[in-house]
Design a protein around this ligand. Sequence first.
Ligand SMILES: N[C@@H](CCC(=O)N[C@@H](CS)C(=O)NCC(=O)O)C(=O)O
Length: 214
Amino acid sequence: MGLKLYHYSISGPSRSAYMAIKTMGIPVEVIIIDLMKKEQLQESFVKINPQHCVPTVDDDGFVLWESKAIACYLAEKHGREDLYPKEIKHRAIVNQRLYFDSATLLPHIRAINHPILFEGVKEIRKPLKDNLNVTLGFLNQFLSESKWVAGETMTLADIAISSSIATVSALDWDFSEFPNIQRWFKQCEAIAGFEENIKGATLYGQAVKKNLEK
Ligand SMILES: N[C@@H](CCC(=O)N[C@@H](CS)C(=O)NCC(=O)O)C(=O)O
């Protein structure tokens, strides 16, 4: 029994759940769901998660998916107020950054990568590149005000956003206009499981880059 994580390191959200679990030091059985082989559609997995996505956790029979919901649940369960503050305004800022990742940053990253991975597109289109750079500009601005994305200490928001930035970085993105992101991303190397984050993002980046016109 204990905690099981259904995981695939190419997935940014899955990497972020993995890092959250490692940061909290929770013993975990990691079960790889190979999305390239469509293992998420196996009957046994769909039974656990009808939405068939990673990350998914099974915590002694309690099944949960959505990377941020997983991280928040585990932080609450394990009393990790440092990662998910109880003070309501601090928590609100952490939540705002988590939603920023889900609703703004990740969709702009996906808008670039999905057509290249799945629709035969062979370039990073300029409007999509510009959109992502505008979003990175917002993140750079948040980071001009604090050491970490939601204050002076590391929280779940840093873990989530560092998985998205690892994906962007693996596309050899030009971060020269975003010095605060560069400084912060270097700090993120201290996050437990960050090596797995970089490994998975690199595989993702390679898959995208091999489809680009040389
Ligand atoms: N918002 C979700 C995203 C989960 C998601 O889209 N996972 C993708 C990989 S990045 C997946 O498992 N796709 C396979 C499928 O939906 O069949 C989260 O943060 O966990």
